[in-house]
Design a protein around this ligand. Structure first.
Ligand SMILES: Cc1cc2nc3c(=O)[nH]c(=O)nc-3n(C[C@H](O)[C@H](O)[C@H](O)COP(=O)(O)OP(=O)(O)OC[C@H]3O[C@@H](n4cnc5c(N)ncnc54)[C@H](O)[C@@H]3O)c2cc1C
Length: 360
């Protein structure tokens, strides 16, 4: 899997400037994505997958997400959402639901988790099914994701509906005028009138936000951020070598600081992935550490961006320099929900535990 992911990442990186310019992921990349096995990889082996979401494979999944994040964060984001959806259906759904999803993905589909709401939100009228009313916003892959897992408010709480889109649903991408992550097609989709039955309902009300998986799974987007951060350090190194500015003591200091920040983020992310995969640690500690990992990954990425931009100078702000694009995508994708709360919850988890910091 790693070799195939690496080859696909190479293609992604080569195409990334064009993908960004047109805000569009070309058909040749989707074909290569499917051929690489990544689309089916999160499913269990007996359903045609590679079991990449299995607890013993978390280190490998982390590497794949870093590789893709290092190549093109938009495609990494879409893959992360797909992996998240398959994990949720694996964990909370019935075997038949997972089998049906695997068949749809094998036939060319893609999944995602669409949780973000506008003020109105998405509602489902009856218990165990009914008719959807409302829309989802900030939904990545709008227009090409075929089988999204959407959250909706039901009489008995928040439910998860696995939808099979007709691809005729009204999509609004007009609001996605973001600085970066342009090709993610992140938009709004109206689901009013869509009928959902028990076949669409995954798990029990409240499963989506069940811990430690809800917050603990944040390591996956952190891994993609970490990959892009590492790419910036490598591009900085290339710049210093090609311009023969690498012996300057200030530049060496910048390179050392950027390396240390990228390595720090990676160690945190790998540890957070491993903690969620093992059953050995209390859930609060897994969540607390994942929240700290979000804080550390963000800080390291911001530090590396500033350091690299100062070290390279103006050209790192001029298209089509890859540092310009990677920084723009990274700055955008770093904006994740409630970062202050994640950071303070991380501190609270430590405060209320009996552990010393060394044991936390
Ligand atoms: C490229 C991209 C793709 C995405 N794709 C998807 C997708 O496919 N599906 C999906 O569901 N979502 C998606 N999202 C949306 C994502 O899940 C979040 O909703 C979004 O990133 C939140 O960003 P925000 O900065 O607006 O967060 P906010 O949580 O609004 O944070 C902004 C700031 O406000 C602070 N803050 C937050 N709440 C409070 C409060 N109550 N009081 C005081 N301060 C507060 C935060 O700490 C932070 O400083 C995507 C986002 C991006 C960037």
């Amino acid at each position: 899997m790693l070799d195939r992911a690496q080859r696909f990442a190479g293609l992604m990186f080569d195409a990334a400037a064009e993908t960004d310019e047109h805000a569009f992921i070309g058909d040749h990349l989707w074909t290569a994505f499917r051929r690489s096995g990544l689309a089916m990889s999160p499913f269990p082996r007996d359903l045609g997958g590679d079991d990449l979401c299995g607890p013993e494979r978390s280190g490998e999944l982390c590497t794949v997400l870093r590789l893709l994040g290092s190549a093109d964060l938009s495609i990494a984001r879409l893959f992360e959402g797909h992996v998240n959806a398959v994990s949720l259906v694996t964990r909370y759904g019935e075997r038949d639901q997972l089998r049906a999803l695997a068949a749809r993905i094998a036939a060319g589909g893609l999944s995602a988790v669409w949780g973000a709401n506008d003020a109105r939100g998405l509602h489902v009228a009856g218990e165990g099914g009914g008719t959807l009313q409302g829309r989802k916003v900030l939904s990545s892959g709008a227009g090409f994701v075929t089988d999204p897992l959407v959250t909706a408010t039901a009489p008995d709480g928040q439910v998860l509906c696995l939808l099979r889109l007709t691809m005729d649903e009204p999509i609004d991408l007009s609001g996605w005028q973001a600085q970066g992550m342009r090709s993610t097609a992140t938009g709004a989709i109206d689901f009013s009138g869509t009928v959902v039955t028990s076949e669409n309902m995954i798990g029990e009300p409240g499963d989506f936000m069940r811990q430690p998986f809800f917050s603990g799974g944040a390591w996956r987007f952190c891994a993609a951020h970490c990959g892009a951060t590492e790419r910036l350090v490598d591009l900085f190194k290339t710049h210093l070598l090609t311009t023969k500015r690498g012996e300057d003591p200030y530049q060496l200091q910048r390179l050392a600081q950027a390396m240390a920040a990228a390595k720090t983020a990676r160690y945190f992310v790998e540890d957070a992935a491993q903690r969620l995969a093992s059953d050995e640690m209390p859930g609060e500690q897994v969540v607390g550490f994942a929240n700290l990992t979000r804080m550390v990954t963000e800080r390291c990425a911001l530090d590396v961006m500033e350091t690299v931009q100062r070290g390279v100078g103006l050209s790192s702000f001029v298209r089509p320099h890859p540092i310009e694009r990677v920084s723009r995508d990274l700055a955008t994708y770093l904006r994740q929900p409630v970062p202050d709360l994640a950071m303070s919850d991380g501190a609270r988890a430590f405060l209320s535990s009996s552990q010393s910091v060394g044991g936390f």
